[in-house]
Every structure is written in structure tokens, then in C-alpha cells.
Write a protein that binds this ligand. Sequence first.
Ligand code: TXA
Ligand code: MG
Length: 344
Amino acid sequence: METEVLKIDRENIDEDIIKRAAVLLRRGELVAIPTETVYGLGANGLDEKACLNIFKTKNRPADNPLILHISNKEMLYNLVEDVSDDAKKLMTLWPGPLTMIFKKSEIIPEVVTAGGDTVAVRFPVDEIARRIIEEANIPIAAPSANISGRPSPTNASDCYYDLNGKIPLIIDGGDCNIGIESTVIDMSEDTPTILRPGFYTLEYIREILPNVALDDALVDDNKIPKSPGQKYKHYAPKARMQVYVGDMASDFIYKKAREYQNKGIKVGVLVFEDNMKRFEGFERISFGDRSDLSQMSHVLFTALRKMDKLKVDLILAEGVMDNNLGKSIMNRMKKSAAGNIEYL
Ligand code: TXA
Ligand code: MG
């Protein structure tokens, strides 16, 4: 299959391109679309066959449910059984990078929920995503548009790399603002529980819902995550990766980088801007200013993919403290590095 990439100018959105995407989606085809978090691999969320095709195309484990994307708050009520008062409070963060889990309604195909009785719903703020959903006039099931296990794509060319030849259309809306996936929060039980940290942090959500909890698996590696997607190896670059956190991290990375390089191992480093100069002579990518974690989340996945393209054997990366947005970033880095994190 020929994969077409159509670029949309955000200043002047071409309605014909929006319509092309919507028509394909209504017909049961898959289309990769930009959102403010990462690109999504979209399909008609009420079409069982189209959703099955998402699993096949991504090579996604069958027990990992999909998120349904909507383009206005009213669409939610057809998809779910009940919207609690707490959920209504969190809906003030919609549209935005927040996914809520509810008891599902009758109309949701089983494949979307992986057989479970809950469904994840998100109302993205990205204008292109919203326009496409609105035009298609159906909830759009969309996991991140990567082959399962790879870092989520945050631009159209990363989607193309993974999906070329597998889907008819990629909508190029430029770089995603946020760069890591939405916060997933379970609203289907009494205590709202964060299953996947994202741009909206525990600290932030606690200001709206003081009783919000973190899934046990986010605090204890031995617990089974309630969000199936969290249990898989994920966001993985091809190279082995080690993450170092703390005041001594960059000294340690420097020592290790030289050591490995002397052994003939091709090393790539991911460090904050203030350390870039020190790593001249190594493949290096900057996380930006260390006081700006939103910049770090913006570049993280693209940086991992760039390291793959540079064909490094080993990635040595600076990590951050495990709070606020740092918690969401470390959640991804921990998986990218298969748990290889050292606190120095
Ligand atoms: O930002 C995002 O959320 C992106 C964009 C495209 O919207 N989408 C995304 O989808 O990251 P995906 O499929 O890569 O991740 C969805 C996560 C998975 O960890 C999945 O297990 C979890 O949400 N999830 C979905 N439905 C669930 C449910 N009913 N119960 C528990 N976890 C659920
Ligand atoms: Mg994903």
C-alpha cells in the first residue's frame, strides 16, 4: 500500500485534507493524525474491523485497550455508563492531554476495551485532531502511531518510518507540542487513580481532586499495572540505554562514555544544554534547559529515534527527579532503559 503524507498548515487549515482523512476513517481505513501529545493511529472507534486492524498494523498485544478520541464533551455520554461528579470536575481540563476511564456503554466494540468493561476517552485540544474527529463525526480510536514497543512518534516523519506501506494516509501537522502521551486516570471506581502520568501531573490533579491516588504499580515495580500498556517494554530505542540521575550524573556519564568509547562501543549521550559542550566528539542531543522539563518531554522520544538513526550501540542519558512532570518523563525513560536507572 502506498502511504500518502499530507501536510496541513496550522495557520490556514485546508478543509479538503481534513475531509480526505475523515472519509477514509468513516470507510474503516487507518489514518495517522497529530495530537498535542503524540501522533495517533486513528480508526473508526465503533467499527470492530477497523479497530482490529489497529492491533494488526501496530503489532499491538490484544489485551491492551484503545483510547477513544472525541471532539466535544457531549460525545462522551453515548460512550460511557456514568460520569461521576469527580469526572465532571476533571472535564474542565478538556480539551487537553488527559484520558479518563469510565464504565463502558453497550455501543463500544469489545476489541476497543480488550474485552474489559471500561473504556478510555480523551478530548484532544489539537485543532487538526479535533477537526478530523468532528468531520468524521464518530469517536476515533487512536493509540500512539508507533509499532508497539518503539518510542511514540511526535512528528509525521517518525510515523512514516514506522507505518510506511501499512496505512493509506498520514496527516502532517508538524511537531507535537507536548511530546509524551496523555495522563491516564481511572474514574470508574470510587478513588480516581492515575494509571499513566503525563503532562497533567499528580500534583496538578490533586488541586482539583484532593483524593486522587497513584496506581500501585507506579510506586512499586512488583505490582501489576492496572493499565495493560504500562506492563510492556516500551518506548525502546534499538540501542541499550542507561539513565543517571543526580548531581554527579554528568561526571559519571562522561567517565562511562570515555570508557565505552575506548572499548570501541559507539556511545550517544542525551544531556541538558549546559553539559553539551563537554561531550564534543560524542553523538549528543540536548534536552534543553534543565529548568524546563516541558522542553525535555517535547524532545525525548524524537531524541531516542535520532539515536537509532545515528546507529549508536549505547545511550547514556541524564534523568530527572521523580516529581511533577519529572515523574512522567522518568516513567518513559525507565521503560526505554529497561529499568537501568542509577541515582548518584
Ligand atoms: O496521548 C495519548 O494518550 C496518545 C494520543 C494519540 O492520544 N494515545 C496513546 O494511546 O498514548 P496508547 O494506546 O499508546 O496508550 C493508551 C494507554 C495504554 O497504556 C492502555 O493500556 C491504557 O491507555 N488504557 C486504555 N484503555 C484502558 C482501560 N479501559 N483501562 C485501563 N487502561 C487503559
Ligand atoms: Mg503507545
